[in-house]
Design a protein around this ligand. Structure first.
Ligand code: FAD
Length: 518
């Protein structure tokens, strides 16, 4: 017999071995010996009150063996001689599109502008240390896309759009910890992701798929409203039948190419702001109501904040407890910040994007002449502004949080995790009013919600500009582009995803749509 129950465990109880068995036996009023195994289905922390509670949902196996893991069978088959599907981009959308093609009996041929995960590392070092951005290999471009050296949080709001569990099971199948199947806020960590990505590559190759690295797509040959061939930067021309375009939201050259070829694009609302960085102990103190160090069983605390300021949402985005701020530019001449954390989340800082919603229909009148690319041009201008304010390198412009709100240049800055370094700059006057004034009000409101959050011990760092795509690529109900019958816009760059999990789900969907019509 199997019974599903909820358990509430205090931190003190959690320290005891066998506590889940004991509490289950008490709750079900059975002997401990009758419990043959316990499967944790969900775990979350309730830190709303000083007495912190761990909430567990468990399946208790009573006189019945605990089954081996995994409900899902991934039915990969040899596709080396099967019909090809071309996939541009090997981020989460491209990877999951390729895996799904293999399950469905089609051969994925992937074209990725960047390098394999291991070779990417050198280029990341060059950004951090030499301030040189390789425009094909950086925090956004390369094997695994923006998802590889990301934070690896696996939260998604798109629960209705697909089977999240299937995405998670496939990550576990490729080496991610099975803890992600249980945690209320699953997280893989930047140190663990490259291995998972490498394992996905191996599955694709082992079953007969092909991956071309350092293969940037620069043009399409279009006839009779369909793509006949793809042109690569190395001058190779590849004839194609179906193309899944999963190039992410930072592939501006792809947006420019489509625009030049008069393939319909649409301007999309997005968000823009800064990254705020606090010492982790301040966030722990606020969230766990503790005065010194957090309890050793508790993870670095996180937060999620939102405030409505003058008709626009101001909200925290991609909060990274125990993490680092990273330089996520994809070209020289721009500064873009983002965040990540290792699986243990044991760095001394807590950082988060704090961004303001940009309403594409109202907020950018000066950019109207750019048509569908107006948001992209606005985004680009702010990234250039950050580059200039930082001193024309990957050094990022920054300000103490309190100085930003009070409108003062900071005479000095707090320590930071951002490796290229920070330069004090008057972000309060540099950022457009649309963003800057709302951020200032938003931070004050956040200080009311979380006492201690509004502190001079925090820095803000500019700019957090790539939260989502400022452009979308339309598609019909069958997921093709309305003008180009064999082009399947996919993932975050198409405007159909906002993170690793939703991009992966969209990749699967596009693979199903593209193969369905073959
Ligand atoms: P991408 O991951 O952007 O992949 C696109 C791929 O296409 C890239 O590999 C690129 O090299 C390739 N490409 C681009 N142009 C071309 C071309 N012309 N020819 C060939 N190939 C091309 N999301 C989360 O859910 N949780 C997180 O914790 C998280 N943390 C993040 C931290 C950082 C530092 C960053 C940068 C992002 C983070 N994200 C996070 C966002 C997440 O990584 C993206 O939402 C996700 O990767 C989007 O997937 P995608 O496949 O649509 O696009």
């Amino acid at each position: 017999m199997v019974k599903e129950i909820q358990l509430r465990i205090t931190l003190k109880e959690e320290e005891r071995d066998g506590i889940l068995v004991l509490k289950s036996a008490l709750k079900l009023d059975i002997d401990r010996e009758d419990i043959t195994g316990i499967k944790i289905l969900r775990k979350s922390i309730d830190a709303r009150k000083p007495k912190i509670i761990l909430n567990y949902k468990v399946a208790v196996y009573i006189r019945e063996p605990l089954p081996k893991h995994s409900e899902y069978k991934f039915n990969y088959k040899d596709v080396s001689k099967a019909k090809p599907i071309h996939i541009i981009g090997f981020g989460p959308a491209g990877m999951y599109a390729a895996l799904r093609c293999i399950e469905l009996g089609f051969k994925p041929i992937i074209l990725e502008r960047g390098k394999k995960v291991q070779d990417r590392r050198r280029d990341l070092k060059a950004i951090n240390q030499d301030h040189f951005v390789n425009e094909d290999s950086n925090y956004c471009f390369g094997e695994g896309g923006a998802g590889t050296y990301s934070d690896g949080k696996l939260y998604t709001r798109s629960l209705k759009r697909g089977d999240v569990r299937r995405i998670f099971e496939n990550l576990v199948f490729h080496g991610a910890t099975d803890q992600i199947l249980v945690d209320a806020h699953p997280h893989i960590g930047t140190n663990k992701l490259p291995k998972v990505v490498q394992n996905i590559r191996e599955t694709i190759l082992n079953y007969g798929g092909k991956i071309h690295f350092e293969a940037r797509v620069i043009d399409f040959t279009i006839k009779n409203n369909s793509i006949q061939a793809i042109q690569l930067q190395n001058k190779k021309n590849l004839p194609v039948e179906k193309v899944i375009l999963a190039t992410g939201h930072s592939a501006r050259d792809i947006f420019y190419l489509l625009h030049k070829k008069q393939i319909a694009l649409e301007a999309k609302s997005f968000a823009m702001g800064v990254r705020v960085e606090h010492p982790q102990h301040i966030i722990d103190t606020i969230q766990y109501h503790c005065s010194g160090e957090r309890h050793e069983l508790l993870p670095a605390a996180s937060y999620s904040l939102v405030e409505q300021v003058k008709d626009r949402g101001v909200y925290s985005f991609c909060m990274c407890p125990g993490g680092f701020i990273v330089p996520a530019a994809t070209a020289n001449g721009e500064v873009v910040v983002n965040g990540m954390s290792p699986s243990k989340r044991n760095n001394l800082f807590a950082n988060s994007g704090i961004v303001v919603e940009i309403d594409i229909n109202k907020d950018l009148p000066k950019y109207e002449s750019f048509g569908a690319l107006k948001g992209l041009e606005y985004q680009k201008n702010l990234e250039r502004l950050a580059y200039t304010a930082g001193g024309r390198s990957q050094v990022a412009p920054a300000q103490r949080l309190t100085d930003f709100v009070e409108g003062k240049l900071s005479s000095d800055l707090n320590p930071t995790s951002y490796q290229p370094g920070l330069k004090s700059a008057p972000l309060h006057s540099l950022l457009p009013k649309l963003v800057g004034s709302r951020l200032r009000k938003g931070f004050q409101a956040f200080g009311q919600k979380m006492k201690g959050y509004y502190t001079e011990e925090a820095n803000i760092v500019g700019v957090e500009s790539r939260t989502s795509s400022p452009v979308s690529i339309p598609r019909t109900e069958t997921l093709e582009h309305p003008q180009i019958s064999n082009l399947y816009p996919c993932g975050e760059g198409g405007g159909y995803a906002g993170g690793i999990v939703s991009a992966a789900m969209d990749g699967e969907r596009c693979a199903e749509a593209a193969t369905n019509s073959l």
